[in-house]
Design a protein around this ligand. Structure first.
Ligand code: ATP
Ligand code: NAG
Ligand code: NAG
Ligand code: NAG
Ligand code: NAG
Ligand code: NAG
Ligand code: NAG
Length: 679
């Protein structure tokens, strides 16, 4: 332990002294010596070809490119002739492949620093095919050769050789060392030059005897006493008066990197010790060059990556588009009523068909569950491209959103997208009323339990009446529903009637061109004066409510088929029965007589009164509720005044075509479609 420390200390001391002496001497200096423990900052070396000093201080002679030369030469020529000299260096060879590398490194002494005429590959960047072996070269070299070249009579692809003017070595042997450390057994151990491990070489020349010793050892091993290779050659015959010393390296057909980690030299004395601890580290892995396989795989992988990234971008964009909305500044004030499209998309599972509740005139309605609140909702998608009137409409929606009445379907909010408006309503588990009124017998055993009894029907009629009172009278301003009908009456869990869809008709009114002012509503529920004025009022709502009342009581659609298969207005039909004194016969036969006949007659008369052709004759909704509740008697109206003769009179009075057509024939009703929003 103590001995080891002492050695280390001495090495450090020597290193210290050498480092200060190094590079201080010039050509011909008798005591010339130098040491490089790593090459960081050593700009003095002459580098050519592929040679460079890496950032970490490695002297890289070749960089992996094929058929390459690289030289690193001590800049000043030295007077070596007839003198002893010794040099030591640490090298490392990295190959792209585990068991083959090309071509090797040589420490040389040569008359010139210009190797532009030298060849790469097996010539090691030192000589060429024409001058190899010519005594005029005056080159001495120690080669670390990793290729077996038969033309140079190489003994293996892992040998060390002493070369004089030729790459045919004067003596050579397989790489290795005599391990005489400790035991002194001197056992030979193989070394592999291309093991990617750093190794140290000592080259000693004794001028007097002409003895050249070459010793190799793994980096962390003490210098072996016995040299690997020895030969007697008088170099004074070879080396010129002044000569350059340096390294030459070359690659051939195998991608290899040749590194020098440290180097020392001395004339007339042992080469100074290289500070092993300060040496830069060899790169651990050879940067894999592109193999043939890679040349095929890489483009595929690249294409795949490009495709993947592209797909990802497209998907991202799609997701963005999928959830993209229209949002405008003025909407900020409506904030809480605005839903994100993403939430609605998630709530309805992407507007899946299985969540489709129904298709109405304005669009599809989907059931959904809001992700955050687990609240059940119904989302109506209304296609709407016009921006005109949108602000007013949204304001209206928001104001509607504040409405709370047990007989109105709550509008929870909205969402806007390009060309689309989404309205979010409270979910009504029992669907719309028309399904109960007109359910076919085979549908009767589904969850809707067939038809509704009289009490339920009366409850729904009264409920809708009070909902309308709220809209017409009790809300902060008058709201006209515009589209009262059985399919817009929804049933909540308690089978209470709730009026839905208000506001929507208004959207279409807002956006309608005032010039061509078209009417919103549903045929059969449209008050006659709408044909003339195109204006929805609370009285047109009352008219539609009247038709609705008749519809619920009679279980007949507003435009019905009579026994002769002719189409006929429900109101006319009821009036006819009234005239014949058989009003009760109009009550829905599906009730099977299970109803209060007096109540039913009152309801029918209220229905007729509401659907009076003259707006002035219609009651207000508040009055309607009073009649229905029996708080006030239904004013006796002469049934005759609703007769066809009456209408003939109106026609003579010059009412417009709509009035003239009302309510007689199907043809005239059909002609109305142009006036009415396309459904
Ligand atoms: N809030 C809701 N809860 C449950 N189901 C609903 C709700 N709103 C609508 N629906 C269902 O969706 C269907 C279509 O509704 P929508 O109101 O769009 O059509 P409509 O009333 O037949 O026609 P219009 O568009 O003229 O009002 C309804 O018949 C009803 O079954
Ligand atoms: C290697 O060095 C040569 C110059 O000799 C250069 O052209 C080439 O790009 C280098 N290759 C790498 C991988 O650095
Ligand atoms: C060989 O090297 C010598 C010396 O560098 C040079 O003069 C000569 O042209 C080279 N010959 C070939 C064929 O490259
Ligand atoms: C050696 O080289 C010299 C000059 O470079 C030339 O004149 C001579 O012919 C060469 N000798 C042989 C054997 O090639
Ligand atoms: C060393 O290598 C040579 C040739 O590769 C082989 O014949 C020999 O057995 C090896 N010796 C040892 C000790 O591994
Ligand atoms: C060469 O090695 C031998 C031992 O094998 C030794 O006696 C001799 O001094 C060495 N010569 C030089 C120049 O190192
Ligand atoms: C070559 O070197 C070996 C090992 O040092 C030695 O035994 C042998 O005699 C040498 N051959 C010549 C021709 O000098």
């Amino acid at each position: 332990m103590a001995a080891k420390k002492l050695v280390l200390l001495r090495l450090l001391l020597v290193g210290f002294i050498i480092n200060h002496v190094a590079r201080s001497a010039g050509a011909g200096d008798d005591d010339h010596q130098f040491v490089y423990s790593g090459f960081a900052g050593s700009s003095s070396l002459l580098l050519d070809g592929a040679a460079s000093v890496t950032g970490s201080g490695l002297l890289e002679l070749t960089n992996g490119t094929l058929r390459q030369k690289g030289h690193a030469i001590y800049p000043t020529p030295l007077r070596l002739r007839g003198r002893s000299f010794s040099s030591s260096f640490v090298f490392g060879i990295l190959s792209a492949y585990p068991d083959v590398s090309a071509n090797g490194i040589a420490l040389f002494v040569a008359p010139t620093a210009d190797f532009s005429g030298a060849m790469a590959a097996q010539y090691l960047g030192l000589l060429n095919s024409s001058n190899n072996g010519n005594a005029t070269n005056r080159v001495f070299a120690v080669e670390l050769d990793t290729m077996q070249n038969n033309e140079f009579r190489d003994l293996s692809d892992n040998h060390v050789g002493i070369d004089i003017n030729s790459l045919v070595s004067v003596n050579s042997t397989d790489a290795g060392y005599y391990d005489d450390d400790g035991s002194g057994s001197g056992e030979f151990r193989n070394l592999t030059l291309i093991s990617h491990e750093a190794m140290q070489v000592w080259v000693d020349y004794e001028g007097g005897t002409g003895r050249i010793n070459v010793t190799l050892a793994p980096l962390k091993t003490r210098r072996p006493a016995r040299p690997l290779l020895s030969v007697v050659q008088d170099l004074s015959e070879v080396i010129p008066d002044t000569a350059y010393i340096g390294f030459s390296s070359s690659t051939g057909l195998v991608s290899s990197r040749h590194y020098i980690l440290g180097w020392s030299f001395a004339v007339d004395g042992p080469a100074p010790a290289i500070d092993i601890a300060r040496l830069p580290k060899l790169p651990r892995e050879f940067p894999k060059p592109r193999s043939k396989a890679m040349e095929v795989i890489l483009p595929i992988v690249t294409a795949a990556v490009v495709l993947l990234v592209g797909t990802a971008l497209v998907l991202l964009r799609r997701t963005q588009l999928r959830y993209s909305e229209l949002r405008e500044e003025w909407e900020v004030e409506f904030g809480p009523h605005r839903f994100s499209y993403k939430d609605l998309f998630r709530a309805t599972e992407g507007f899946k068909n299985k969540n489709l509740l129904g298709v109405g005139g304005f669009g599809k309605v989907y059931r959904g569950v809001l992700p955050a609140s687990k609240c059940e909702i119904a989302v109506k998608r209304v296609s709407h491209s016009s921006k005109q009137g949108m602000k007013e409409f949204v304001a209206e929606i928001v104001s509607i959103g504040r409405m709370q009445h047990p007989n109105l379907v709550r509008l929870l909010g909205y969402c806007r997208r390009q060309g689309e408006l989404l309205l979010v309503y409270e979910y009504m588990p029992n669907g719309s009323l028309d399904r109960y009124l007109y359910s076919q017998p085979q549908e009767a055993d589904d969850k809707h339990n067939g038809t509704l009894n009289w009490v339920q029907r009366l409850g729904i009629i009264k409920g809708i009446a009070s909902g309308l009172i709220y809209l017409h009278d009790e809300w902060e301003k008058v709201v006209v529903h515009r589209d009262i009908k059985a399919s817009n009456v929804l049933l909540d869990s308690g089978m209470n009637g709730r009026l839905g869809d208000f506001g929507l008709a208004m959207l279409y009114d807002h956006t309608a061109d005032p010039e061509t002012s078209h009417v919103v509503g549903t045929i059969g529920y449209l008050a006659p004066e709408i044909g003339r004025t195109s204006k929805a009022t609370i009285l047109t709502d009352v008219f539609a409510f009247g038709i609705f009342v008749l519809e619920v009581t009679c279980g007949q659609k507003p435009i019905m088929q009579d026994s002769k298969d002719d189409q006929l207005m429900l109101a006319d039909w009821v009036v006819e029965h009234w005239n014949r004194g058989s009003l009760v016969e109009t009550v829905d036969s599906k009730l099977q007589g299970d109803y209060d006949a007096d109540e039913a007659c009152v309801v029918l008369k209220v229905g007729l009164l509401c659907s009076h052709p003259f707006p002035e004759a219609r009651p207000t909704m508040r009055q309607v509720l009073q009649y229905l509740n029996g708080d006030m008697p239904v004013p006796e109206l002469v049934p005759a005044h609703l007769s066809l003769q009456m209408l003939a009179f109106m026609q003579n009075e010059g009412f417009d075509s709509y009035i003239m057509s009302y309510p007689s024939s199907v043809e005239s009703v059909n002609s109305l479609t142009s006036l009415v929003h396309e459904r």
